[in-house]
Design a protein. Structure first.
Length: 301
C-alpha cells in the first residue's frame, strides 16, 4: 500500500506531467495563431477567457483574502506576464520546437535562482547540469555564422522569467488558496496584454473580430488547458513537492513541444540541433536530480 503522503506526491507528479504536456502542445498551436493575430492580441484573448472562468470560480470561494496575499500573488502574475510576453514575441520569430527547448531551460535555472534566493551556492552537479544545458542551447540556436536568432533571445528571456515564476509559486503555494493564486496571476497578464495590444497593428478589437473560428477554437483550448487548468494544477501540486521537483516534471514540456510541432507543423531538427536539444534535456535532468538528491539528504537528517 502507498502511504497518504506518497500517494499525494505521486498524484502531484502525474498532474505536473499533464501540465507539461499541455504546455508543450501550446507551442505549435500558438505558432499557428500568431499567423493571424499580433502577439499581445493573442495573449489578451487567451487570458480574457481564462480571467472570465477564474472570476466565476472566485465567486464560489468563501472567506476573505488579505491585501498582502493579493500583492504577492499579483507580483507573481507580473513575472508570469513577462515570461509569456517574451515567449510569444519570440515564438513569432523562431520555430515551435526551438522555443519549446529554450523555454525548457527555465527548469535548469530554478536551482540557480533558488540558490541565490537562499544565499546558498549550488552544488557542482547542478552547475554541471546548467553548463551542459547552456552548451546545448548553443548547438540548438547558433547559426553557421555563430549568431543567435533574435527570436531565440526573446525566448531565452522568457525561460529566466518562468524559472523565477516556478520559485515564486513554490513560495506562495502553501500559503494561498490555488484559486486565489491562479486568479491573481491571470488578471495582470490580461491587463498588461490588453494595454500592449492597444498599440499593435491591427488594433486589438479589429484583430479579435478578424480571427477565424478555427483560431478562436485554438485560443479557447489553450486558455482552458494551458492556462486555467495548468495554473490551478501547478499551484495545487506545489503544495506537496518542491520547486526543484516541479521543475524536473516540467522536463516533459520541450519533448511534448517537439512531438506536437512535428505532427502539427512538420518541424524537424537538424542533426546539430537534435544534439543541442539532447544536451539541454541531459543538463536539465542532471541539475534537477542533483538538487533533488540534496533535498532528500536534508530531509533524511
Amino acid at each position: 500500500m502507498i502511504g497518504g503522503g506518497r500517494r499525494q506526491r505521486l498524484v502531484a507528479d502525474l498532474a505536473l506531467l499533464a501540465v507539461a504536456a499541455a504546455w508543450g502542445l501550446t507551442f505549435p498551436l500558438g505558432k499557428i495563431v500568431l499567423h493571424t493575430l499580433p502577439p499581445f492580441a493573442y495573449l489578451a484573448g487567451r487570458f480574457l477567457i481564462a480571467a472570465l472562468i477564474m472570476a466565476l470560480w472566485m465567486r464560489r470561494r468563501s472567506g476573505p483574502v488579505s491585501p498582502r496575499a493579493w500583492r504577492l500573488a499579483v507580483f507573481t502574475g507580473g513575472v508570469f506576464f513577462a515570461g509569456y510576453a517574451l515567449q510569444t514575441v519570440g515564438l513569432g520569430m523562431t520555430t515551435a520546437t526551438k522555443a519549446g527547448f529554450i523555454t525548457g531551460l527555465s527548469v535548469a535555472l530554478v536551482p540557480m535562482i533558488s540558490g541565490v534566493w537562499l544565499r546558498r551556492t549550488p552544488r557542482k552537479g547542478v552547475l554541471a547540469g546548467v553548463a551542459a544545458a547552456t552548451a546545448g542551447l548553443a548547438f540548438l540556436t547558433l547559426t553557421e555564422g555563430i549568431r543567435i536568432e533574435v527570436g531565440d533571445l526573446w525566448v531565452l528571456g522568457c525561460a529566466i522569467a518562468f524559472a523565477l515564476h516556478i520559485v515564486l509559486v513554490g513560495r506562495l503555494a502553501g500559503a494561498l488558496d490555488p484559486i486565489v493564486l491562479t486568479t491573481a496571476q491571470v488578471m495582470p497578464v490580461l491587463a498588461l496584454s490588453g494595454l500592449a495590444a492597444a498599440f499593435e497593428q491591427p488594433p486589438l478589437v479589429a484583430a479579435m473580430f478578424t480571427a477565424r473560428p478555427a483560431v478562436w477554437g485554438m485560443i479557447i483550448f489553450m486558455a482552458l488547458s494551458g492556462t486555467v487548468a495548468a495554473l490551478v494544477v501547478q499551484t495545487w501540486a506545489q503544495r506537496f513537492t518542491s520547486a526543484s521537483h516541479t521543475a524536473l516534471m516540467f522536463t516533459l514540456e520541450p519533448v511534448a513541444a517537439a512531438i506536437a510541432a512535428y505532427f502539427v507543423l512538420g518541424e524537424v531538427l537538424s542533426a546539430r540541433q537534435m544534439a543541442g536539444a539532447g544536451l539541454i534535456l541531459a543538463g536539465i535532468v542532471t541539475a534537477e536530480l542533483k538538487q533533488e538528491h540534496e533535498h532528500s539528504g536534508v530531509e533524511a537528517t
